[in-house]
Write a protein that binds this ligand. Structure first.
Ligand code: BMA
Length: 320
C-alpha cells in the first residue's frame, strides 16, 4: 500500500492528556485504560488506577462535556474484594462497560489478576456506586473481554482473548451464554496475523463492539514485538449484525498508533489502549490509556471509519 494512501483515522484532542495521576484526589501511581459510557447527563469513565503496590482498582470520573472539569470519586469506586473473590488478589483492571439495550443496567467485563494469571470477571451496575459481581467467567490466561449490548437468539455474547501456548498466538474469541454466568460455543472470531504484520501473533479487543448500520464495529489492538519492546496499535474490523461470529471486513493497516510523548513515554512505553468509546451522531470518541500513565481522547467520524473499512479491507481477515 503506497504511503500516500495511509492515514490514521483518529484525531487526538488538543486537551490531551485529559487526566493524569496529578489530577487524582488520592495518592496512586498511575491512571489509564478507562471504560466509558453516558450516565445521566454526564460522560462517565471508569478508570483503572494503579496503587503503589502495583495493584489496580477502578474509580469513576464524570464530566458534562467528556473533556474538561472531571469530578473524580474521592475514594476508589470499585476495589478488589480478595476475601470474597480470591481471583481479585492482585487487582482488577481494564474495565469494558456495555449498556445493555432495553434495560437499566450496565455490564462491566474486567480483568481479575488471580494467582493463576489474569482472567475475565463480570459485574453489573445500575448506578456506578454499587456493583453486583457475577465472578470469574473465563479462566486464565484470558482478558480484553466485553459483552455485546444485545442477545443473539436469546443468548448473551462476549468477545475475549485467551492466550494459546507458544506459536499458537493470542486471538479474539467469541462465546455465548444463556445467563451471563455459564459460557460455551467458544470460537475464534478474529485471528492474529502472522510474520511482519502490525497485528501479528497477539491481538485483543479494545472497547466493546459498537453497533452500526453495517455491522458490529470492532476496534482491536495489535501488539508488535520489536527489539526495543512492544508497540500497541489499533485496527478495525466489522462483524455481521445478526451473526457476530462472521467477519465482514478487516482493515489491513492500523488506524492509530503511539506518536506523541504521553503515548510514547510512561510506565509502559508505546501504548495506546482504549477500553471505552462513545458514538454521538457521526462522532466516535475513544478514551484511551497512553503509555499506561494517562487518559486521553481521540475522535473520528463513523462515516470515515466505515468508508475506510470498505476501501482498505484486504480480504485476508484471519491472517491464515
Ligand atoms: C496489556 C494490558 C493493558 C496494558 C498493556 C500495556 O497486556 O494488560 O492493561 O495497558 O498490556 O502494558
Amino acid at each position: 500500500m503506497p504511503n500516500a494512501m495511509f492515514r490514521e483515522l483518529f484525531k487526538r484532542h488538543p486537551h490531551n492528556p485529559l487526566l493524569t495521576v496529578d489530577d487524582w484526589p488520592y495518592p496512586c501511581n498511575s491512571v489509564f485504560n478507562a471504560g466509558a459510557t453516558k450516565f445521566e447527563d454526564d460522560y462517565l469513565i471508569l478508570v483503572r488506577v494503579e496503587d503503589h503496590r502495583g495493584f489496580s482498582h477502578l474509580t469513576a470520573a464524570r464530566s458534562h462535556d467528556g473533556i474538561t472539569d472531571w469530578k473524580i470519586d474521592s475514594q476508589p469506586t470499585m476495589l478488589p474484594e480478595p476475601e470474597e473473590h480470591p481471583e481479585e488478589i492482585w487487582g482488577i483492571e481494564d474495565p469494558r462497560i456495555t449498556r445493555i439495550e432495553g434495560s437499566d443496567f450496565w455490564a462491566i467485563a474486567y480483568t481479575a489478576f488471580s494467582r493463576g494469571g489474569p482472567l475475565v470477571s463480570l459485574a453489573t451496575t445500575r448506578n456506578f456506586k454499587t456493583f453486583d459481581r457475577l465472578g470469574p467467567v473465563m479462566p486464565p490466561d484470558d482478558k480484553d473481554a466485553a459483552l455485546f449490548p444485545v442477545r443473539f437468539d436469546g443468548r448473551w455474547a462476549m468477545l475475549h482473548r485467551p492466550v494459546g501456548t507458544g506459536w499458537m498466538g493470542a486471538h479474539i474469541w467469541i462465546s455465548f451464554s444463556p445467563d451471563l454466568k455459564h459460557w460455551g460455543d467458544h470460537k475464534i472470531v478474529l485471528k492474529a496475523r502472522e510474520g511482519g504484520w502490525w497485528d501479528a501473533n497477539k491481538i485483543g479487543l479494545s472497547p466493546p463492539p459498537l453497533e452500526t448500520p453495517e455491522g458490529w464495529l470492532i476496534l482491536y489492538h495489535g501488539v508488535k514485538d520489536t527489539p526495543a519492546g512492544c508497540i500497541y496499535r489499533l485496527g478495525l474490523a466489522l462483524l455481521d449484525r445478526d451473526n457476530p461470529t462472521k467477519v465482514l471486513r478487516r482493515g489491513d493497516q492500523w488506524v492509530f498508533s503511539p506518536k506523541v510523548p504521553y503515548e510514547r513515554d510512561g510506565d509502559v512505553d508505546d501504548v495506546v489502549f482504549p477500553c471505552g468509546w462513545i458514538l454521538e451522531g457521526d462522532m466516535v470518541r475513544i478514551y484511551y490509556g497512553g503509555a499506561d500513565s494517562c487518559i486521553a481522547l481521540a475522535t473520528a467520524s463513523l462515516k470515515d471509519i466505515l468508508d475506510y473499512l470498505r476501501q482498505f479491507s484486504g480480504g485476508d481477515y484471519n491472517g491464515a
